[in-house]
Design a protein around this ligand. Structure first.
Ligand SMILES: Nc1ncnc2c1ncn2[C@@H]1O[C@H](COP(=O)(O)OP(=O)(O)OP(=O)(O)O)[C@@H](O)[C@H]1O
Ligand SMILES: Nc1ncnc2c1ncn2[C@@H]1O[C@H](COP(=O)(O)OP(=O)(O)OP(=O)(O)O)[C@@H](O)[C@H]1O
Ligand SMILES: [Mg+2]
Ligand SMILES: [Mg+2]
Lengths: 255, 255
């Protein structure tokens, strides 16, 4: 039975997509069966693995709003993991889904028939606590929160935890926190160190041991449509995400 | 009559809030009357100028959803410009506003009575092409698009222009493009130079001459609740935003 991980944080640009793609690629490299689902209308997780938009391709829009079976939308990538791509029509989904029954549970219902085909299902969420992200949280077993080591990102965490408590109460009682992941850590600035220290003091064991450094190879890789371990395997970014995958697996054994 | 500038880009973390705050502060420093309106539920423009949440304070939530007069929500800051703060209840506004008549024009109607009190009104938009951002675009005279010099940010621009064309056709025929602003430019990486060159080639005179460098003082300033010109006036970040304000003023004279 797949473990479903939602990668979410309403703060923009904190490394959600970069984490979703590179964690998926690293887990697949370690021989796990992985499905990456892009529920962000920006479709960065889709283009970041080299999938170009094509008219006939089914996407998360068709799955969530038009209720087509998710099997029709699954693509295999060159990186040993599968992808359900997104497309920009999803931007209108918020308004189109408002009147549907069980509008928060559409993704969970769509994933149910295929969960036993994978070990991990990873959901890349948009930068908002909107209906798409709520669908992701309602469908997930646990939440992985990328947090940039900067001030605004620190501020948003308590709001995310408020939302989490609401989701647990109303939609998904088993939803746990997989962990808080420090991203874009820049050792040359006091700011990163100060924010990281704050987060570790405040949230202690919820924070992953693995910290993702700011590393330009992570920002270059998507322009080649590749996860960083296929773009520059020896880079600090690739090593950090590989280490994260191992930490996620080790935690998985414990529960 | 105030010129209303929407600072928008659905890509997260590209420097929208940083641009909104520091452009407002620089224009005010040059003796213009400025109002900053925060329409992002994250309320980063609010905390970035040192305003803490308080129960009795009116916000853009009260103005847009409860239709209270905007005058009740205007605060003066210590930095010679005024602010309409946001609050997290705005996150639910998307669903609460869907059934209101003229739901896309709520902000434009709210701003109309106070436009002659200011020279510039600056709108900080959330990272989505949702009803809040559409309200911002419908209320604006022009759109300023911060673009991080990285791959995903480049991808989102054409989608934003599609939305812009739709807004112009349906809601706001006079909406112009103030300019594309290159942000977080890191001279030490090829990536920044390559993306900047792409943008200048493709969009040519739409791109501001001023480029905002990656500068840690810009990321530190919000944790002190100050615009960067009040935190470290001689920093490259402060100088760049001051230069941007002068360029916006020079363009304004031309039209
Ligand atoms: N550790 C890192 N080092 C350097 N650059 C990074 C790192 N992680 C992500 N980036 C780059 O920073 C930008 C933001 O990252 P990303 O797009 O993954 O964030 P996001 O949270 O998914 O954004 P959004 O909120 O728009 O969905 C991207 O251009 C990405 O390539
Ligand atoms: N030129 C810069 N140099 C260094 N850091 C910057 C710069 N501009 C912005 N930052 C920092 O980068 C992060 C993202 O910027 P900001 O929050 O302004 O982007 P945004 O587009 O408003 O994000 P969101 O999409 O969440 O609204 C913040 O932590 C900010 O302090
Ligand atoms: Mg993303
Ligand atoms: Mg912002």
């Amino acid at each position: 039975m797949a473990k479903t991980l939602a990668i979410a944080n309403q703060k923009g640009g904190v490394g959600k997509t970069t984490t979703a793609i590179n964690l998926a690629a690293s887990l697949a490299k370690l021989n796990h069966r992985v499905l990456l689902i892009d529920i962000d209308p920006q479709a960065n997780a889709t283009s970041g693995v080299g999938i170009q938009r094509s008219g006939s391709q089914r996407t998360t829009y068709h799955v969530l709003v038009l209720k087509e079976p998710i099997e029709n939308a699954i693509l295999s990538t060159e990186f040993s993991f599968d992808l359900v791509p997104s497309d920009r029509h999803l931007a209108g989904a918020e308004i189109e889904m408002v009147d549907l029954a069980d509008r928060e549970l559409l993704l969970r219902a769509a994933i149910a028939p295929i969960r036993d085909r994978y070990d991990f299902i990873i959901l890349d969420c948009p930068p908002a606590l909107n209906l798409l992200t709520i669908n992701g949280l309602a469908a997930a077993d646990s939440l992985l929160v990328p947090i940039q080591c900067e001030y605004y990102a620190l501020e948003g965490v308590s709001e995310l935890f408020n939302t989490l408590a609401r989701i647990r109460r109303l939609l998904n009682p088993q939803l746990k926190i997989e962990g808080l992941l420090l991203t874009m850590y820049d050792a040359s600035t006091n700011l990163s160190a100060a924010v990281a220290a704050d987060l570790r003091n405040f949230y202690s064991s919820l924070v992953f041991q693995t910290t993702i450094p700011r590393n330009v190879r992570l920002a270059e890789a998507p322009s080649y449509g590749k996860p960083v371990i296929y773009y520059d395997q020896r880079s600090r970014g690739a090593e950090a995400y590989f280490q994260l995958a191992q930490e996620v697996l080790a935690n998985d054994q414990k529960t």
